[in-house]
Design a protein around this ligand. Structure first.
Ligand SMILES: [Zn+2]
Ligand SMILES: [Zn+2]
Length: 250
């Protein structure tokens, strides 16, 4: 586990010095040009302090192959001179309450453990019995809680939003979450040194919720991380949408 911020920071431009959600060409959804050496060059050009390479970990029983993938990334990055600090991790899958794919021994080898708890579009993801917005709200919060309380995550990716649930209105699920519930869950994250992610490309999908999460997290003392969730070289810049995100949360 890597400490990114010893104390929580609530200045978006300060947080934007780290991009903690970057996919490489190892993610099948990523552009083939997202080669690790080019990502690192671009991060240096942008003057980023730290990046985390977080390819999807979506397969059960493939820990060795996935760790070998990280070794390959390290070899490519180490072969070129660079200034940016590079953390090696995965976007892991909390695909149900208390359910994840990777072994504990794999988790221990990672510099950075980003957890997705809402990739409901993937075939292996659990769904609630009650598929109403409130049903999904309770279920999504319960998955996050189980991952955080098990001390598996450094950060929760695109937290709680219904971006991957086939509702016409993607804000219905977060609207079905009460402020008290978000407050309480933010306390759990704080107490387990887990961050909420500001997923820069995702903010526009549910800005009201991002504002609620930011303000409640700030009140509680929860840490935030910024990630662009980039799948190509062009979207590594954490400042690209910063004016808009500032207008949303401040
Ligand atoms: Zn994701
Ligand atoms: Zn991602």
């Amino acid at each position: 586990m890597t400490v990114i911020y010893p104390e929580p920071i609530y200045d978006l431009r300060e947080l934007a010095k780290c991009n903690l959600h970057v996919h490489t060409s190892f993610s099948s959804c990523a552009h083939p040009d997202a080669l690790p050496q080019d990502i690192v060059r671009e991060a240096d050009r942008l003057g980023l302090d730290t990046i985390a390479l977080t390819d999807h970990f979506n397969d059960l029983g493939h820990d060795e192959r996935m760790l070998a993938q990280i070794d390959e990334l390290k070899r490519a990055v180490d072969a070129i001179p660079h200034k940016v600090r590079v953390l090696y991790g995965f976007e892991l899958s909390g695909y149900g309450i208390g359910r994840w794919l990777e072994k504990d021994s794999t988790l221990e080898k990672l510099d950075y453990r980003l957890y997705s708890c809402n990739h409901f579009h993937l075939h292996f993801w659990d769904h609630p019995e009650d598929r109403s917005p409130r049903g999904y709200a309770e279920f999504a919060m319960a998955i996050v809680r189980s991952v955080v309380e098990a001390d598996r995550a450094d950060c929760i990716a695109h937290p709680l939003v219904a971006r991957f649930i086939p509702f016409d209105d993607k804000t219905l699920v977060t609207k079905a979450m009460k402020d008290e519930e978000i407050y309480e869950l933010s306390c759990v994250l704080r107490d387990h040194n887990t961050a909420w992610e500001i997923n820069t490309k995702g903010v526009a999908g549910d800005p009201d919720f991002v504002r609620r999460l930011w303000n409640i997290g700030k009140e509680v003392g929860t840490t935030f991380h910024i990630g662009t969730d980039t799948h190509n070289i062009a979207n590594i810049d954490t400042l690209a949408d910063i004016d808009y995100i500032e207008s949303v949360v401040y």
